[in-house]
Design a protein around this ligand. Structure first.
Ligand SMILES: [Zn+2]
Length: 794
């Protein structure tokens, strides 16, 4: 009778035997899917003893032609072959070629179905003015790189071939392991108007003062990555998969109109030539300040807007150990800065924005940069670069080493000119600054292959962004990271696994940002706990900063450093589109017989008495009976029912108890309550059980059961719960921490799900005759109605 554990095991085995024809082993080790360890990448997820990566150093000069909205440039690239392979050619990325009128990206665009368009009811569904303008303008825009010359350092022309957004340079002699090769190029291109053509860089024109603001990126031919897992990563740039690049040192000279202010990757080498004495003094003061200091004030920026300089200035920047280089330039820039120094970090946080960004930007941008670095340092590693910059311009949110482009702005009232900002713009700005500055860690330093895997940078970064936003203020309005916020997506149909190439992702933001961020949050809070998780996540950063990790390196490091087999977790969350939906199907109480006939027969009698009365018995109440009329007919059996304890019962009990060991007697007297809880896994993802148990006396407590409870039977299990008092209720996942997509089946007894239905009045049908007779509005009134502005920060 006390062999409960054995009978539970037997139950599980019989269940798994039933499902044998389609047994789905949720705990099968991932090694079958992950690449075999090599000397370059170990089975523990760390770089191996023979890890290598290529390197590319750049010396670049560029001139911004403000009137023509064009860049002309030249440069020298030194490519270091650190691989064990001999290379016969080099591949470079020509990302600007996505703007060629005949680019593959343009040609492969598809439209939403004509049904979707025809029936579009609002903003989110239909074709927008901007969309149509972008498509038409893209056909006219003379975009893409014009490559002028490609030569060796000695000036000998090099043969090259352009394949859409990639360029192959054929080497004059094979490049052996350990050798380097220098070559020079010159090129020019027209900059895209970002608000019209989109993109991760571009210019914006301000209607009021006719000035432009340039955010410049993907502006030079960049070395494609060559690495042990992918060889050359030269998958074409068609829009979603971002940039896979090599680290190197940059020496960059930027010639711009003399009245422009330049924000850039790297450190400014010639402040004496481009900044005023006052600006240099303010910068020095900002370094030690505990709040942002203005380097260029709004009044100074507004004064600069009023004229256009015909002269130029050259700003020279140096950046070490970065994988890319971007910059921004405008005479409209207000500029503020604040130093932050702690541990291995010594950085100038700086923001550049036009007056159109205030009052939002002066209040939040630089503060958000400092906050990001302070928080991300906790969860990864000390920020190693000398600057961290947030620029306001046309790009909604994009990251580059040390510099990011962020879009949110206040709303300007068209009549009064009053500047106010919505809650959405405020948290949109703080959130996007945290996100884009956070990208310095992932993928600018932990340099994953963005062209292949979007989640490795966006998902990890969105996860740390979630942690940083938590530390900004209580009840920060977060949209990604909280388990309950992912439920609608997890329930949706058109999904692909997180482990899908960037260009093939469906529901991009949910797939590559929200889902991995939420999965990591659940891994931290519910599965590993903060201590184990944080150590492992930091270890991943420590191992892979300034190196290129793959998904397997991340999965293996998290397991290796936490000492936990998480293969089931990666398998479920990253390789499938299953959702969490665990149902509490039923509960039965199992009493343990004390063997004492006094107790046991009384219990059985009470059970019998608890049964509902039969209908016949109820109808026969008060019926005349023969034994009532003739009491002499009653005997022993009318006095004693089946539950009467006999002396024989008592003797055999005494005999049985006499044979029990003292610990066996004690066990029988404990009076525990045993329940068999039937649970089913409706959604497919195995997850830990978080059972909230409510006892008759009112006490509630949580029992946490590891996910491995599903190992023998991934669809249905029975779990034994032992309590001290009768259990009156049980709820799986009471805090909504597992992203369960149907909490309606999580409780026993079932709870009623409250909801509201809205009732509508029946609408009158169109009345054309009435419409025809409606008086025509005056012209002025019409114009005003057409003026209703677009909500800022879309
Ligand atoms: Zn991002």
């Amino acid at each position: 009778m006390m062999r409960m554990p054995i009978s539970i095991a037997a139950l599980c085995i019989s269940l798994s035997a039933h499902a044998a024809d389609a047994f789905d082993d949720k705990f099968r080790q991932l090694d079958e899917l992950l690449p075999t360890a090599t000397p370059y990448r170990t089975a523990s997820g760390a770089p191996g003893h023979a890890y290598w990566q290529q390197r590319a150093d750049y010396t670049l000069r560029a001139t911004l032609d403000e009137a023509k909205r064009a860049i002309s440039a030249s440069g020298q690239i030194t490519y270091h072959n650190n691989s064990p392979d001999t290379l016969h050619y080099l591949w470079l990325q020509l990302d600007q070629n996505i703007y060629k009128p005949d680019s593959a990206a343009r040609r492969m665009l598809t439209a939403p179905s004509r049904e979707a368009w025809a029936k579009a009811k609002g903003q989110d569904e239909g074709m927008k003015f901007e969309g149509m303008r972008g498509i038409l303008a893209g056909r006219e825009f003379d975009g893409g790189f014009r490559i002028g010359a490609v030569k060796t350092a000695a000036g000998q022309p090099l043969a090259y071939t352009i394949n859409q957004t990639m360029m192959r340079i054929d080497l004059p002699a094979p490049l052996k392991p350990g050798e380097k090769f220098s070559f020079a190029l010159d090129w020019q291109y027209n900059i895209n108007e970002q608000k019209v053509l989109g993109g991760r860089s571009g210019y914006e024109v301000f209607e009021q003062d006719k000035n432009a603001l340039f955010e410049v990126a993907q502006w030079f031919p960049r070395m494609a990555a060559y690495y042990d897992v992918a060889g050359w990563q030269h998958k074409q740039f068609i829009g979603s998969g971002e940039f896979t690049l090599e680290f190197g040192d940059y020496d960059v000279s930027l010639t711009v109109p003399a009245d422009h202010v330049v924000a850039s990757t790297g450190e400014l080498l010639n402040p004496e030539q481009v900044l005023s004495a006052a600006q240099r003094e303010r910068l020095a003061r900002a370094r030690g300040s505990d709040k942002p200091v203005l380097i260029v004030t709004q009044a100074e920026a507004e004064a600069a807007e009023k004229s256009v300089s015909g002269a130029t200035k050259t700003w020279r920047f140096k950046a070490n150990n970065v994988r890319d280089f971007a910059w921004a330039s405008s005479r409209k820039f207000i500029w503020d800065a604040q130093g932050y120094k702690k541990g291995g970090t010594n950085v100038m946080a700086m923001s550049y924005y036009p007056k159109e960004g205030n009052p939002l930007w002066e209040k939040y941008s630089t503060q958000a940069i400092v906050h990001t670095i302070e928080q991300y340092n906790k969860y990864s590693f000390d920020y190693p670069y000398p600057t961290a910059i947030s620029v306001n311009g046309p790009v909604g949110g994009m990251e580059y080493p040390m510099i990011s482009f962020n879009g949110p702005r206040p709303t300007k009232d068209k009549k009064t000119g009053e500047l106010t900002y919505s809650k959405r713009a405020k948290y949109g700005l703080i959130g996007v600054v945290i996100h884009e500055v956070g990208h310095n860690y992932f993928p600018m330093i932990v340099n994953s292959d963005e062209r292949q895997w979007t989640w490795m940078d966006e998902g990890l970064n969105t996860f740390v962004q979630y942690l940083a936003e938590q530390a900004w203020e209580e009840h920060y309005p977060q949209s990604r990271g909280e388990p309950r916020a992912i439920v609608d997506y997890m329930r949706s149909r058109n999904q692909v696994p997180i482990m899908t190439n960037s260009e093939s992702l469906l529901q991009f933001g949910n797939n590559a940002y929200a889902k991995p961020a939420t999965a990591l949050n659940i891994l931290r809070e519910t599965i590993l706990g903060r201590e184990l998780f944080d150590h492992a996540f930091r270890e991943y950063g420590r191992r892979w900063k300034f190196k290129r990790p793959t998904p397997a390196d991340f999965f293996r490091t998290m397991e290796d450093a936490s000492g936990t087999d998480l293969d089931w977790f990666w398998r479920g969350w990253f390789y499938t589109t299953d959702a969490v939906d665990i149902s509490v199907d039923g509960i039965s109480e199992i009493g343990v017989s004390s063997k004492n006939p006094e107790t046991e027969k009384a219990w059985k009698k009470a059970q019998k008495a608890g049964e509902p009365e039969s209908v016949t018995d109820r109808m026969n109440k008060g019926m005349a009976r023969r034994t009532e009329a003739h009491p002499e007919l009653k005997d022993f059996y009318n006095e004693h029912d089946d539950y009467t304890v006999t002396n024989k019962d008592r003797n055999s009990y005494a005999e049985a108890v006499g044979k029990l060991e003292p610990w066996e007697k004690q066990l029988l007297e404990q009076g525990k309550h045993l329940y068999l809880v039937d649970l089913s896994n409706v959604g497919g993802l195995v997850m830990p059980l978080v059972l909230e148990i409510e006892l008759k006396g009112g006490k509630k407590y949580i029992e946490r059961v590891p996910a491995e409870v599903w190992r023998y039977s991934p669809k249905k299990i029975t779990k034994l719960i032992v309590t001290d008092e009768p259990m009156v209720g049980l709820t799986q996942d009471p805090y909504w921490e597992t992203a369960d997509i149907d909490t309606g089946n999580n409780s026993w007894p079932r709870k009623v799900t409250p909801s509201r239905v809205e009732l509508f009045k029946s609408e009158q049908r169109d009345d054309m005759m009435k419409d025809f007779n409606t008086p025509l509005k005056a012209k002025d009134a019409k114009t005003e109605a057409g003026d209703i502005k677009d909500e800022a920060g879309k």
